[in-house]
Design a protein around this ligand. Structure first.
Ligand code: LLP
Length: 429
């Protein structure tokens, strides 16, 4: 790999032989804040957002950041200040976006298992839309809204039965998935929603999967959605907005997903051709806004050459970077300061967690010594958000870089933090 150009991460680059995030050397951050350490580039997030904004220029569109990708308050605040709305999936996510200053009216609430308490709180703060995922949820939301004297704004999440051609765990719009209301039940579900006094139909929603790298599934789902909007409106129920979900992929391993602006030019041409170009549009991108805006800096602890495999043991593990263990995902791994003199070896890059599933990279060719620092790339999405305390490891610190400034947006979790909510049942002796 050409070390001058990190794949898809233009705001992370080598200057001389040191890797920088914008104008800040990653090694200096590691020295000050220790490792493992997540470092995010604000400029990279804004550049990713700008691609969508260019795509929607002159349109009536709302970009709702799917904050599950990276829910750090400091990251959410970047998107609040950029005018985004938010796609949330839990009461916890609701409190986070509110704490970061989001406008409640720009919040949409997705998810198959919303509780009554979550619905109640979301109604209280006045969110923009509930993306309802089943007929049963519709009835409960109606009850909850009526009991607090409100009308809940709703979209029905449609399962368009489109194959997003991605990892099965992150496909969501196929018939066998738990998400959304089946295509053939949609009109009847809208008729029911329209008849319930506690609900107000405002839109329609879909989300077909994640890390989608082809345009075909999007083009297919647009057609299916528009067919449904026509059928629902023919039944006398106006649809104010159309939400096409998120899912656009990023470059992890030479992937070449469509660019957000180019994709939307095509999708909008389809909408225009069918007379829906002036409709309010919503999208829920997560990964494509933050994935390539982050890296995880980690230190080489030990080299353990072996007969069959050579193990390179780093201080980041599956609890920090769960995607390889969960989805066999590929994350590029590069040195912060490449060694010219050392000969490269092929390594299994693994963490300290006590499981063979704790691997970060297979068969990586790296010239390294203990104490060297590495960066695991494209770690801005679904890494810290899925991090755990497995093996009682504290979660990493997070830094937001803005030009030459580096802000600590999350301190490293201490063991006291981890034990705070726990109680010993018996006196200690
Ligand atoms: N909207 C809904 C309703 C979703 O369920 C998701 C993601 C998104 C939007 C955002 O999708 P994105 O633009 O980020 O692809 N942990 C997995 C990804 C799970 C995605 C879940 N839903 C991974 O690490 O690949």
């Amino acid at each position: 790999m050409n070390l001058q150009n990190l794949p898809g991460q233009p705001h992370f680059a080598y200057r001389g032989d040191a890797l920088y995030a914008e104008n800040v050397a990653l090694a200096a951050l590691a020295q000050e804040h220790a490792t493992p350490l997540f470092v995010y580039s604000k400029a990279s997030m804004l550049a990713a957002l700008a691609a969508y904004q260019r795509g929607f220029a002159g349109r009536n569109a709302q970009i709702c950041y799917a904050m599950k990708a990276n829910p750090a308050l400091g990251v959410i605040q970047v998107f609040v200040q950029a005018g985004c709305g938010f796609d949330i999936v839990s009461g916890g996510e609701l409190e986070r976006v509110l704490a970061a200053g989001a406008d409640a009216r720009k919040i949409i609430f997705s998810g198959v298992g919303k509780t009554r308490a979550e619905m109640c709180r979301a109604l209280d703060v006045g969110i923009g839309c509930f993306n309802v995922e089943s007929e049963a949820e519709l009835e409960v939301l109606n009850e909850v809204a009526q009991s607090c004297g409100k009308r809940a704004p709703v979209s029905i999440r449609v399962n368009p039965n489109v194959d997003p051609k991605t990892h099965p765990y992150i496909s969501t719009g196929l018939k066998g998935n738990k998400f959304g209301v089946a295509h053939e039940r949609v009109v009847a579900t809208y008729q029911r929603a329209h008849a319930l006094a506690g609900l107000q139909v405002v839109g329609i929603d879909c989300h077909i999967g994640s890390q989608i790298t082809q345009e075909g599934p999007y083009l297919d789902s647009v057609d299916r959605m528009l067919d449904l909007v026509e059928a629902i409106e023919a039944a006398g129920i106006p649809i104010h907005h159309i939400d096409f979900g998120g899912g656009l992929g990023i470059n992890y391993d030479g992937d070449e997903p469509p660019k957000a602006d180019a994709l939307w030019a095509k999708l909008l041409a389809k909408l225009d051709a069918r007379g829906f170009g002036a409709r309010q549009l919503m999208i829920e991108p997560g990964r494509s806004l933050v994935g390539n805006a982050g890296v995880c800096v980690t230190e080489v602890l030990y080299l353990k050459p072996g007969e069959q495999k050579n193990f390179l043991i780093i201080d980041a593990a599956m609890n920090d970077l769960p995607r390889p263990a969960l989805y066999q995902a590929f994350h590029e791994i590069v040195p912060l300061r490449p060694r010219a003199e050392a000969t490269a070896t092929t390594w299994e890059v693994v963490g300290p967690v006590c499981e063979s599933g704790d691997w970060i990279g297979h068969e990586r060719v790296l010239a390294v010594q203990p104490g060297d620092l590495l960066a695991v790339l494209s770690a801005g999405a679904y890494c810290m958000s899925m991090a755990s305390n497995y093996n009682s490891r504290g979660r990493a610190a997070e830094i937001l870089v803005d030009g030459s400034q580096a802000y600590v947006i999350r301190q490293r979790e201490t063991i006291e933090d981890q034990m705070r909510a726990e109680r010993l049942p018996y006196p200690t002796v």
